[in-house]
Design a protein around this ligand. Structure first.
Ligand code: PNS
Length: 161
């Protein structure tokens, strides 16, 4: 039986770190839904539609992937699409506390849902979407961290800033 996995996140924007994790995940799972969170309390840099389009472009050719968005609780979305595994990246120790908390809260809400943590390649251990946003806002070079289409969109967003 196929194991259905979700890779949830803000992806604001998607980076090479996310893609590294996805490539690794595709070796383990053959049905992965990248799920972009829609959080009404946060003001993202990129709209949900922009993020979905960036992810679609960046993951072209990754056979195992579907792309979707969700709001509300992750456990409810997992139930809705019959996913039993949540994939998350662990970069440095700084990620651990939040992820540990999230894993245990999610498990207490749905015992059938397991979190699987993966380490990205070492060159992406310091990379985050927030660092990319900051660099882009200050007109720094982000080409080493994100696909070309993402770089273009972020440049456009900050061109008059
Ligand atoms: O990329 P991010 O911002 O680290 O992703 C965090 C995300 C979207 C996985 C997390 O905030 C989430 O699951 N949000 C949905 C709401 C929810 O279920 N909250 C309880 C988890 S403790």
């Amino acid at each position: 039986m196929k194991t259905k996995a979700i890779y949830p996140g803000s992806f604001d924007p998607i980076t090479f770190g996310h893609l590294d994790l996805l490539k690794r995940s595709c070796k383990i799972f053959d049905d992965i839904t990248i799920a972009v969170v829609v959080n009404p309390h946060k003001k993202p840099l990129c709209s949900v539609e922009e993020r979905l389009a960036m992810i679609k472009k960046a993951t072209r050719g990754y056979g195992c992937i579907k792309i979707d968005k969700f709001d509300g609780l992750l456990v409810d979305y997992a139930k809705k699409i019959n996913a039993t595994v949540v994939i998350r990246g662990l970069r440095a120790i700084a990620d651990f506390e939040y992820e540990f908390q999230m894993a245990l809260v999610n498990r207490s809400l749905n015992k059938k849902l397991d979190m699987v943590y993966m380490m990205p390649s070492v060159e992406y251990t310091y990379l985050s979407s927030s660092i990319v946003r900051e660099l882009a806002s200050l007109h720094g070079d982000i080409s080493r961290f994100v696909p070309e289409s993402v770089e273009k969109l972020l440049k456009e967003k900050f061109k008059n800033v």
